[in-house]
Ligand binder design. Structure first.
Ligand code: ATP
Length: 386
């Protein structure tokens, strides 16, 4: 079932604008994630889709029909909450079947659907247990089962994995993805966990302060962030933000770290026609976003590399996070965070060593210093305007 939000807004009685006019089209069978920090309006948006909150303005269409003022029960959506919300005095069987019983579905059909869902979620042996006798992961599967058994047109999930420990969260995440691949029910998923969003979603909508900032596939959001907020929110370790200035060197873009004479790394690359115009005159101060994997850490001086010192090596198993500090003439990062490179663990680096930093020509983004909007992105072998 498709879902359309048309200029949907929520102003709470206090006057607080929790959702600030969102437009969104979700395709049939899509797994769509609303991602953003705490308080950005994700849950409010989800509750408006469920019919648990009334929008202050705008319209909600499900399958092309206007459902804005329709009672939650008539929307044919099923919501899964972070808190499971299971009835403690009922068995798993009772919890799963309750909604269908209320709807007057026959006992035989309830039993058939129940067995199907239990098999799918691997909870058949738990059907006669009560929620108090289950682990967190098992409870969450029952909560999912209770939504699945209704065969809704749309699943709404509000941080359903956040009560689970890390290992269980990863496993349930995989199960959820498999389940969606099998059932292909349109799913709107809310989380503040960017890894969860990247792994699960067909598309992600990044929210901040009531606004939908960017919608795209996980790869688009990672590679082509629309602004500094999106770039910082996606990816661990976080993107590095460097103060730089740019210059047109015979049609190639030269980038210099503020305070350094040398052009930075191998990014003397061709530029699409309109890019210089977008970036402003030579010497304009910009922010360069560099993913940690786009920084090469050299152990010898190089013409296009900037000297730095290794402050810390964090082994992560197959890669190491290298925390770096520039020499004293060069400003630190634009946001005061340490500079971090991710390199394969076969490279040996030690704390306190001298190093030279060179940028790989991949996933680099230039942002306006004031508006923090992306101006140009290094796409393949050349810079393009955004
Ligand atoms: P979290 O991940 O913490 O749940 P969220 O992105 O889901 O955050 P919402 O629950 O949608 O955020 O809340 C958005 C904003 O609206 C928050 O600042 C919250 O304090 C405010 N808010 C939520 N419910 C009400 C209410 N009933 N009255 C006034 N303000 C509210």
């Amino acid at each position: 079932m498709t879902l359309r939000l048309q200029n949907v807004q929520k102003v709470y009685p206090s006057g607080f604008i929790a959702v600030n006019g969102i437009n969104l089209d979700v395709e049939h069978g899509e797994f769509f994630t609303l991602l953003g920090p705490s308080g950005c309006g994700k849950t409010t948006t989800l509750r408006m889709i469920a019919g648990l909150e009334t929008p202050s303005a705008g319209k909600i269409f499900i399958g092309g029909r206007d459902f804005t003022d329709t009672h939650p029960r008539k929307r044919d959506v099923a919501m899964v909450f972070q808190s499971y919300a299971l009835y403690p005095h009922m068995t798993v069987r009772g919890n799963l079947g309750l909604n269908l019983e209320i709807k007057g579905v026959s006992r035989a059909e309830i039993e058939e659907r129940l067995q199907n869902v239990a098999r799918m979620l691997d909870i058949t042996l738990l059907l006669d247990n009560k929620p108090g006798e289950l682990s967190g992961g098992q409870r969450q599967r029952v909560a999912l089962g209770r939504a699945l058994i209704r065969r809704p047109n749309i699943f709404l999930m509000d941080e359903p994995l956040s009560n689970l420990d890390l290992k269980l969260r990863e496993r349930t995440r995989t199960e959820l993805k498999k389940l969606h691949e099998t059932l292909r029910v349109t799913t709107i998923y809310v989380t503040h966990d960017q890894a969860e969003a990247l792994v699960l979603s067909n598309r992600i909508g990044v929210m901040n302060a009531g606004n939908l900032i960017q919608v795209g596939t996980p790869q688009e959001i990672y590679d082509r962030p629309r602004n500094v907020f999106v770039a910082k929110f996606i990816g661990t370790p976080s993107v590095n933000l460097l103060n730089v200035s740019v210059q047109n060197l015979a049609g190639l873009l030269a980038i210099r770290l503020t305070g350094s004479e040398k052009p930075l790394g191998s990014i003397l690359l061709p530029v699409a026609d309109d890019v210089f115009h977008r970036l402003g005159p030579a010497g304009t101060q910009l922010i360069l976003g560099v993913r940690p994997e786009a920084i090469a850490v050299l152990t010898e001086a190089h013409a296009e590399a900037v000297p730095a010192e290794i402050e810390l090596v964090e082994p992560m198993g197959y890669v190491n996070n290298i925390v770096l500090r520039f020499g004293k003439d060069v400003q630190t990062t634009a946001d005061g965070e340490p500079l971090i490179a991710v390199v394969t663990s076969s490279e040996s680096h030690e704390r306190g060593e001298k190093a030279w930093i060179r940028l790989r020509p991949e996933r680099l983004v230039l942002f306006d210093r004031t508006s923090e909007r992306a101006l140009a992105i290094l796409a393949g072998e050349r810079w393009e305007g955004v």
